[in-house]
Ligand binder design. Structure first.
Ligand code: M6R
Length: 358
């Protein structure tokens, strides 16, 4: 039930503190991570992780792959629809992880089946107990976000990233890699719900949506974990507001997209606190073409705030988790833009919550 909310999407954005807490609860004890449902030998022979997923779940998978690589574990995310037809050569020691909220997305199931048919061990990271992905994979990890009704995935992205963060810790311990030093991520996850609450109470996304709602297009840029968040910010905006939006790795701007940048294309720069100097360079590139720049950044990132026209502030957190909080700001931006334009937020045209055809 929507209760006092106008839309399920808004309700689900607001449920994120609980969703994230549920994803983490009982799974981390200091730096030690354990998943209730995972076989003890789930990663015993693992040497690398390949993710397959679609849409928002693909962005969570890109984020998760980055967290694994940061810990010295070879990892890559593939779009499931592409993997299903052009999978890389099979190598021993690959664990194939399907990230799918519904557990029913046909493209993701096809990719997982292809991997399984070639002998890969498979793991489903899903929200739905008993879903096809959960039944067919060798192992399942639940994200425990609770039901999501809005077509736009919101709380499930946050829960996926929180879960993949813990999974990255668990896999890194087993697979070795260079990531043996404690990252502090499991403990930091406990504070993310409070960070989301702060954003929900203080966000200026509504005012910015009003300021920029007659723009020609909206661009989102980021590096590292800021890149999947940029992609997700653009997907959410185009999906529910029908405005043209694109996400880019910040460094790619000068290789093409910069030609589209004008004073009528606001650029949202996701600043995670990593690679800041390079992001400042990208902001200066678009500012020089007259584009308004909105930084999405922690207050400590003074250099970025100094070169941006506006800032969507993100509470201080672990550098690997800034992206989760930045994404909440972008969800609010999309939501307010879509409601200003009077779009059917919970049921955008041409889209379905669960895409069960390839
Ligand atoms: O159920 P899944 O996570 O497998 O769904 C994958 C995509 O269809 C989904 O994330 C879609 O991109 C979102 N609804 C977009 O908000």
């Amino acid at each position: 039930e929507k209760g006092s909310f106008d839309h399920y999407m808004r309700k689900e954005i607001d449920e994120q503190p609980t969703a994230i807490a549920q994803a983490v609860r009982g799974r981390a004890d200091g730096e030690r991570v354990a998943f209730e449902s995972l076989s003890a030998d789930a990663f015993a022979d693992a040497r690398r992780i390949h993710f397959v997923a679609c849409g928002t779940s693909y962005h969570a998978a890109l984020y998760g792959a980055q967290l694994l690589r940061d810990r010295g574990v070879p990892a890559r995310a593939y779009l499931a629809s592409e993997y299903a037809v052009t999978a890389p050569p099979t190598e021993d020691g690959t664990v194939l992880v399907g990230v799918t909220q519904s557990g029913e997305t046909a493209d993701t199931l096809a990719a997982l089946r292809r991997g399984a048919s070639e002998g890969l061990r498979t793991l489903a990271v899903t929200n739905v107990v008993g879903s096809t992905a959960a039944r067919e994979c060798d192992d399942t990890v639940l994200i425990r976000a609770g039901p999501e009704i809005g077509v736009a995935a919101t709380k499930t992205f946050s829960s996926q990233v929180a879960t993949l963060g813990l999974l990255a810790e668990r896999i890194a311990r087993e697979v070795g890699g260079s990531g043996s030093a404690p990252s502090g991520l499991p403990a930091a996850l406990d504070d993310v719900p409070d960070g989301v609450e702060t954003i929900l109470a203080d966000s200026s996304a509504s005012a910015l949506a009003t300021r920029y709602d007659d723009s020609d297009a909206y661009f989102f840029i980021g590096r590292g974990t800021g890149h999947p968040v940029a992609l997700e910010g653009a997907l959410k905006l185009k999906e529910i507001s029908y405005e043209h939006a694109e996400g880019f790795p910040a460094g790619e701007l000068k290789h093409g997209p910069l030609a589209l940048v004008t004073p009528s294309t606001p650029v949202f720069a996701i600043c995670t606190g990593q690679h800041t100097e390079k992001l400042v360079g990208s902001i200066e590139e678009v500012s020089a073409r007259g584009a308004p720049v909105v930084a999405v950044a922690p207050r400590s990132e003074k250099e970025v705030a100094a070169v941006a026209d506006d800032v969507l502030w993100v509470p201080e957190t672990h550098p690997e988790l800034v992206g989760v909080l930045a994404n909440v700001q972008l969800q609010l931006l999309s939501y307010h833009t879509a409601t200003l334009l009077d779009r059917p937020v919970d049921k955008p045209r041409n889209l379905a919550k669960s895409v069960t055809v390839e």
